[in-house]
Design a protein around this ligand. Structure first.
Ligand SMILES: Nc1ncnc2c1ncn2[C@@H]1O[C@H](COP(=O)(O)OP(=O)(O)O)[C@@H](O)[C@H]1O
Ligand SMILES: [Mg+2]
Length: 366
């Protein structure tokens, strides 16, 4: 049985990629419910109040035309800029070395018989702003390759319902260009596939996951996924992909990150000390540090001053404060608590029990 679930009351001009994330997050939450509703396929759509059906975005396109919609870019960052604990750094470099020793191991030593397509598939997981995207760029830079950047939401939603074809086209494009493939926000893509589904959006996600498996098997190159909160990896992906955990930087790492974000040309007062900043402000990620430096520099430029230790401290505290506030305000990117999950579960079940074909689940703005 298919049931329509409409998440209404979201802003009218919600970008399609955010809508796709909402759909996939709700679907994951639904899949995670302890007492699932057997045989019910939710079709989830997102929109403003009164909205009831998802707009089909585009007509089907040919495969090569699809591949052409993806263009690789030159990597923006290198390992020089990256600060990671040595263990994680060597995990990454070991994984990519396989490409350098491919000829020896797979041709001279004959391993191509058992693996015709040696590949490196990595999953960078961990909190936002800890260097996952930066690392993907650094890998491409190290390998002297370009990089394709796509997010799960884009793949799923660009041509709604065409997810599997988009996955295929993306891999084809990366193979053709010999570029590194980076798939951001891949949580839903790597989650457990569902059994016994017959139609609806579950099936659409399942087909994307199956297509991804096929492409992973055939792909010859480096593919990197980035995820925040996968709780339930699909076994097939769990074993085919190397998982590398990114964590919030400790004091030493923060000091190095501060240092790397203060270019020599930046006019700073003599007392500016990255390691002092690191020891004074904890629980900040690399992105917070980057933004603090930018904010302090902009303020200095506007006021015709140099960047001081005090202005950097003020900027990082500001960022930390607003980050903590927005974290508690927005459910996006945050794991559901047990209570939230239970509430959501009750809401979904109640609305699915109703006789109406159209069921509204309101996401209450906080
Ligand atoms: N480990 C790190 N080392 C150096 N800089 C970092 C690190 N983590 C984050 N940054 C800074 O923050 C920016 C954003 O990080 P990003 O790689 O986009 O995070 P993520 O992809 O994990 O959300 C980077 O471009 C860099 O300036
Ligand atoms: Mg990122």
């Amino acid at each position: 049985m298919t049931k329509k679930i409409t998440i209404s009351g979201v802003p009218e001009h919600l970008p399609e990629d955010e809508a796709a994330v909402l759909r996939s997050r709700l679907l994951s939450a639904y899949e995670d419910m302890d007492t699932a509703l057997p045989g019910i396929n939710p079709v989830i759509s997102v929109g403003p109040k009164g909205h009831s059906k998802h707009k089909k975005q585009n007509v089907d396109k040919g495969e090569s035309e699809k591949s052409n919609q993806y263009t690789p870019v030159a990597p923006l960052y290198s390992f020089e800029q990256l600060v990671l604990p040595p263990k994680i750094m060597s995990e990454i470099t070991n994984a990519i070395q396989i490409l350098n020793i491919e000829a020896l191991v797979f041709d001279t030593w004959g391993l191509r018989e058992i693996e015709p397509n040696p590949k490196t598939a990595l999953n960078f997981y961990g909190p936002p702003g800890t260097g996952k995207t930066l690392s993907a760029h650094a890998i491409a830079h190290y390998l002297k390759k370009k990089i394709f950047i796509a997010s799960y939401a884009e793949i799923e939603s660009k041509y709604h319902g065409d997810g599997p074809k988009n996955v295929k086209a993306l891999f084809a494009a990366a193979e053709k260009e010999e570029a590194v493939l980076f798939i951001d926000e891949a949580d839903s893509l790597l989650s457990k596939r569902l059994t016994n589904v017959t139609q609806g959006s579950e099936q659409a996600i399942n087909s994307m996951r199956s297509q991804l498996l096929i492409n992973l098997e055939l792909f010859h190159g480096v593919v990197i996924f980035s995820t925040n909160l996968v709780e339930n990896y699909d076994k097939a992906f769990e074993t085919r992909i190397r998982h590398v955990e990114f964590t919030m930087p400790d004091e030493k790492a923060r000091g190095m990150i501060w240092k790397k974000h203060l270019p020599e040309l930046l006019p700073v007062t003599s007392e500016v000390c990255p390691f002092d900043l690191a020891s004074r402000v904890d629980d900040v990620c690399g992105r917070d540090i980057k933004n603090a430096v930018i904010n302090a520099a902009v303020e200095a430029a506007l006021n015709k001053k140099t960047v001081s230790q005090k202005s950097l401290l003020k900027a990082i505290h500001n960022i930390k404060d607003t980050r903590i506030k927005s974290k508690t305000k927005s459910p996006k990117g945050k794991k559901l608590t047990k209570q939230e999950r239970a509430d959501l579960s009750i809401k979904v079940k109640e609305s699915l029990k109703g006789n109406n074909d159209k069921t509204d689940i309101e996401i209450i703005k906080q």
